[in-house]
Design a protein around this ligand. Structure first.
Ligand code: R7I
Ligand code: MG
Ligand code: MG
Length: 305
């Protein structure tokens, strides 16, 4: 039981650490391993971006709502966080949603109206979803429902929603399963089979088929892409997870892919934290991580409920 709690806590801390480790490289087409290593060894503060900022708001609402999720309350919490710190590197979509909601639309209506009425297929709902795993634990139906509900506040495109459902259910199953680490691809295959949004599902299936060959995983991830679309960055995060042997090597594998590095590393960190646990994260990195104490306290609050 304690081990499961360490792993769930690892999902939330892994998200924030990955976000902060990847942040300086966001948008680089490729990143050298030596550059990531130099940053990991640097003493500077590890500052996170919108990915963690939104995850904190989600965690606070889940805690206050006793594990339930009121979409309007969550939307208000996201909007308030953005109004306070709009410089955290937000995507273009969420601020538009907040503006439309201020004019009277529900958050879900506002989100659905974006991008010509298709809703966002960005990774914004998947990057922030870790707190859902701490609430749902081994209840994968609950993880899927909460992940989709929190997604639709800003992302209604099926791929935007399913990216979040995948990351949440994968984190929940990885943290609560007794299966050995080398059976991860099999566990994730089961999670993938629940999905229907096709380019995303197909890319995930390709990544899972490439494990455990690290070179092949990298090749598939580069072919699928490392952009802000959930259909690219969520499979890239899984490729990094399956290329790493602990939290730090997973984050390194995520960042060297380039592209949306903060978010790929945030999602890879969510999953690697769920596998290896918070206790696997080196103290020297936690000491550098912005608001680590707040994140740890929120994790405890969600786990104590
Ligand atoms: O998904 P979102 O919150 O962005 C998250 C990303 C992460 O990398 C963060 O670190 C931060 O940097 O931003 O924001 P959205 O604006 O909803 O989606 C991201 C981008 O994907 C959009 O700004 C569009 O460029 C693109 N996009 C779409 N383009 C065309 N049609 C998303 N959905 C669509 C679409 O339906
Ligand atoms: Mg970001
Ligand atoms: Mg990003």
């Amino acid at each position: 039981m304690r081990r499961t709690e360490d792993r769930l806590r690892g999902a939330l801390l892994g998200l924030a650490l990955g976000d902060a480790v990847g942040a300086p490289f966001e948008g680089w087409p490729r990143v050298g391993g030596a550059e990531v290593d130099a940053w990991l060894d640097d003493g500077a503060r590890l500052r996170w971006t919108d990915d963690t900022h939104m995850a904190l708001a989600l965690a606070q609402v889940l805690d206050a709502d006793d594990g339930a999720l009121d979409e309007e309350r969550l939307g208000d919490a996201f909007a308030a966080a953005f109004a306070e710190q709009p410089w955290r590197g937000y995507g273009a979509g969420p601020p538009q949603v907040f503006a439309l909601a201020r004019r009277g639309l529900t958050y879900r209506e506002a989100a659905a109206s974006l991008f010509g009425g298709s809703g966002s297929f960005g990774n914004g709902a998947a990057m922030r979803v870790a707190p859902v795993a701490l609430v749902a634990r081994s209840d994968l139906e609950r993880a899927a429902e909460l992940a989709a509900a929190q997604a639709r506040v800003t992302h209604t495109h099926p791929e935007g929603v399913e990216g979040a459902v995948f990351v949440a259910t994968a984190a929940a199953v990885l943290a609560t399963s007794d299966a050995p680490v080398d059976s991860m691809p099999q566990l994730l295959r089961t999670t993938t089979e629940r999905m229907s949004a096709d380019p995303l599902r197909r890319a995930l299936t390709e990544v899972l088929a490439a494990a455990p060959d690290v070179e092949r995983l990298t090749r598939v991830a580069r072919r699928v892409g490392t952009g802000v679309a959930a259909r690219e960055s969520v499979p890239a995060a899984v490729a990094a997870l399956l290329s790493g042997h602990d939290v730090v090597s997973t984050l390194r594998a995520a960042v060297v892919l380039g592209g949306d590095t903060d978010t790929i590393a945030a999602m890879a960190g969510t999953l690697a934290g769920a596998v290896h646990g918070a206790s696997d994260i080196p103290r020297r990195l936690l000491d550098r991580l912005e608001a680590a104490e707040q994140l740890e306290a929120l994790a405890s609050a969600l786990l104590e409920r």
